[in-house]
Design a protein around this ligand. Structure first.
Ligand code: HPA
Length: 267
């Protein structure tokens, strides 16, 4: 069953056209939402019941700087279920209540030594290295989604402009999707770099594909929580991801707040 009708009932006349998906440790952004309506995913049919710590599982609807918005605090990942389409129903519900633009956020490992933890990277393109695709099994010809311009230029420009105006450094680069849940090996990271990636992570790409399938305009930002495997001493951990995400998360929040305040995301 779809969560669309349940969601429509709960948000009433708000009519948001833009939604955000908040990645690991980035849930604080919901505190920027005024007059917040909080809806646990458990009350929205088809929404994922994520078990990953740091992924809360609440939809928050309200306004930022007067602009109606919805935020998905918590996402499900391919590695939890082996289902790359695990976010499909949730994204369909968003599209069903009139969402036209989607900003995805995630925590990521950096492949560039000068893009240190705490950095924010605007994703300009991606590499699907998971071997899966959320549209496998889709029977309509809409499954052949073009991804030449997956990341919407006006939305990306709006985020770049907001970063400039707030004086927040914003990197740009290619995000490579690994299935996880194990982290990469140093050899995989060397391969990823040769292939043209700037950051690696375990999410977002399937949602981008689904969102484009649904006709949504997409932008996405990574918050760097660590240098990728083999680039620094010690082992990577999910705890580190959660601990480090708020650093870049605060920067990303200031960029997005500015984008809302200046109405940059409106067209
Ligand atoms: N690899 C994959 N996913 C991640 C990483 C990483 O280094 N950091 C945060 N998410």
């Amino acid at each position: 069953m779809s969560g669309g009708p349940a969601l429509a009932t709960r948000i009433g006349t708000l009519a948001p056209k833009i939604a955000l998906v908040l990645g690991s440790g980035l849930g604080d952004l919901v505190n920027e939402v005024d007059d917040a309506i909080r809806i646990p995913y458990a009350e929205l049919p088809g929404f994922p019941q994520s078990g990953v710590t740091g992924h809360a599982g609440t939809l928050v609807a309200g306004t930022i700087a007067g602009t109606p918005v919805m935020m998905l605090a918590g996402r499900a990942h391919y590695y939890e279920h082996g289902d790359a389409a695990v976010m499909r129903s949730a994204l369909e519900a968003l599209a069903g209540v009139g969402i036209e633009k989607l900003i995805l956020t995630n925590a990521a490992g950096s492949l560039d030594a000068d893009m240190t933890p705490g950095s924010v990277m605007l994703i300009t393109d991606h590499i699907n290295f998971s071997g899966s695709n959320p549209l496998i099994g889709e029977q309509t010809d809409q499954r052949f989604v073009g991804l030449s311009e997956a990341y919407d230029k006006p939305l990306c420009s709006a985020i770049e402009k907001a970063a400039q105006e707030t004086g927040t450094p914003l990197h740009k680069g290619v995000y490579m999707w690994f299935s996880g849940p194990s982290f990469e090996t140093p050899a995989e990271i060397r391969m990823a770099r040769v292939m043209g990636a700037n950051a690696v992570g375990m999410s977002t790409v399937p949602e981008v594909i689904l969102a484009r399938f649904l006709g949504l305009r997409v932008a996405a930002c990574s918050v760097v929580t660590n240098l990728a495997a083999g680039m620094s001493d010690g082992e990577l951990s999910h705890q580190e991801t959660k601990d480090m995400a708020p650093l870049g998360g605060a920067r990303l929040a200031s960029i997005l707040k500015k984008a809302f305040a200046d109405g940059l995301l409106e067209d």
